[in-house]
Design a binder for this molecule. Structure first.
Ligand SMILES: NC(=O)c1ccc[n+]([C@@H]2O[C@H](COP(=O)([O-])OP(=O)(O)OC[C@H]3O[C@@H](n4cnc5c(N)ncnc54)[C@H](O)[C@@H]3O)[C@@H](O)[C@H]2O)c1
Length: 448
């Protein structure tokens, strides 16, 4: 793998990666699943962005939409990366815009222009001619209109996870990126975790043999009681209350898709999904006073959703989602091949021919297969923080690709396919776990 001055080309990354108010709209669009799956014809004004390279940027000028919890954290990383300028900040809450502006000024950059006046003021940020990239860290149903607006105004879009909530939205991202020839990357930070990048290298160097199966998930207990009144910051509950499926698939699925070389020789073919009954939230609400409306409400999402994806090469992936079950945090992160199996939480390896249990001391594997980006960036990444440093590595790598005019590690097709598990799992659950086709967002270019 080529590495010069921390510079890892897309080819090298992939070689490691691949060798070794719209809830109602979301539900409505789910019923259009099969037609969306076949409406995959590229229009004359569209061109593939699979290997999109854009002219190198000397300095990367960023506009931010959404500086709540996640946006603030991303801003902190970007303020510590060289050759990045924060030009504009937008949020519905003026105090959040001001706080972000103060943080930028404290890092000796000129004060970014603030936009805090209404739900569509982000459009003015997208119109600016001194912004190269728009970072979007807003609620799930805002991502696509904002990213589309950014790309249509000539900006690259960096969207939080999941990138889209419906199949129509997934296609809108793909079509707009292809029309505008702009990058549209989903900020899937877990693809840049130290363990995930180690496993990527193991896989790509053939240590795990021919891959046959992966398991992943987002098992993170955090949902307490539903809010008594509807405040904007409780937006996650709007979805949890109404949609039944996997609402947050990409943290687990992104890395496993990269291990399996999805869109680099394989693709998701179809999916079946099943949700357990809902008990956790209604049990919590049962403790509320008798006249509390939350006791009578129903909560759509089952306590745990399990989806199974079959790939074109016949591999299988299990993806789980639960934010209510009392259990330790896990993204599972299991990958299995003819040469062995890796499983996380805690990290462990079992190679073919080994006897006994898992190998848990992975020091020698870190030494031999640790990813060069982590070797180069560890001190800065752990100091900057953000999920153990993975956020810094992701942002650093994104900026590097833009500055060197490299293709990105994660394409708009990845964003669309990984996010499509949201609507497809909901559709499968609603149809008694019937198989649903995963659209080929690459339009035949998945063979790599
Ligand atoms: N990758 C990760 O590890 C990670 C972690 C947390 C959250 N997220 C994602 O980040 C996104 C934001 O989550 P959060 O926890 O920061 O939520 P949040 O509620 O803390 O922040 C969202 C912000 O968006 C602003 N906003 C909403 N509509 C807007 C509009 N029309 N114009 C401008 N600003 C608007 C809100 O005022 C708020 O400040 C979500 O997509 C979430 O899934 C990702």
């Amino acid at each position: 793998m080529k590495q010069q001055n921390n510079s890892v080309s897309r080819r090298a990354f992939i070689q490691v990666a691949a060798s070794g108010g719209m809830v109602a709209g979301a539900v409505r669009a789910l019923s259009q699943g099969s037609s969306a799956a076949v409406s995959a014809r590229r229009k004359p004004d569209q061109k593939s962005v699979a290997q999109l390279r854009c002219p190198p940027l000397d300095r990367v000028r960023i506009g931010f939409i959404g500086v709540g919890g996640r946006g603030s954290s991303l801003l902190g990383n970007l303020l510590e990366i060289e050759n990045v300028e924060i030009k504009a900040v937008c949020d519905l809450v003026p105090e959040r815009v001001q706080r972000a502006q103060r943080r930028v000024v404290a890092r000796e950059q000129p004060e970014p222009v603030g936009y805090a006046d209404g739900e569509r003021n982000y459009e003015n940020l997208c119109r600016r001619d001194d912004v190269d990239v728009v970072y979007i860290a807003t609620p799930w149903d805002c991502h696509v209109p904002m990213a589309v607006c950014a790309m249509k105004h000539g900006k690259h879009a960096a969207i939080e996870v999941p990138a889209a909530m419906t199949l129509a939205e997934c296609w809108e991202l793909v079509d707009t990126a292809e029309q505008t020839q702009r990058h549209c990357m989903m900020l899937e930070n877990c693809c840049y975790g130290e363990i995930e990048m180690l496993v990527l290298t193991l896989v790509r160097q053939g240590v795990l043999g021919d891959l046959t199966h992966g398991e992943c998930g987002y098992l993170h207990e955090f949902a307490g009681l539903p809010p008594a009144t509807h405040k904007p910051e409780d937006w996650r509950w709007r979805f949890l209350g109404k949609l039944n499926g996997n609402l947050y698939p990409t943290h687990g699925l992104g890395p496993v898709a990269q291990y399996l070389g999805i869109h680099r020789g394989d693709k998701f073919e179809f999916l079946v999904s099943m949700s357990s009954r809902e008990r956790a939230i209604s049990r919590r609400c049962a403790a509320l006073p008798a006249d509390d409306l939350r006791r009578q409400a129903t909560y759509a999402c089952g306590d745990i959703n399990t989806s199974l994806i079959k790939t074109a090469l016949g591999r299988t992936i299990m993806v789980q989602y639960s934010t209510v079950q009392p259990r330790p945090y896990s993204r599972i992160n299991l990958i299995c091949g003819t040469g062995g199996t890796f499983c996380d939480y805690p990290p462990r390896l079992h190679l073919a021919g080994q006897t006994g249990d898992w190998e848990t001391d992975l020091t020698k594997y870190h030494e031999q297969y640790g990813h060069p980006l982590w070797k180069a960036l560890r001190a800065r990444a752990t100091k900057s923080g953000g999920h153990g440093g993975m956020d810094y590595v992701m942002n650093w790598r994104f900026i590097q690709c833009l500055r060197e005019g490299l293709a990105l590690d994660m394409s708009v097709y990845d964003a669309a396919a990984w996010s499509s598990v949201v609507p497809l799992s909901i559709a499968s659950v609603a149809q008694g776990s019937q198989p649903v086709t995963v659209p080929d967002f690459t339009r035949g270019e998945w063979r790599g």
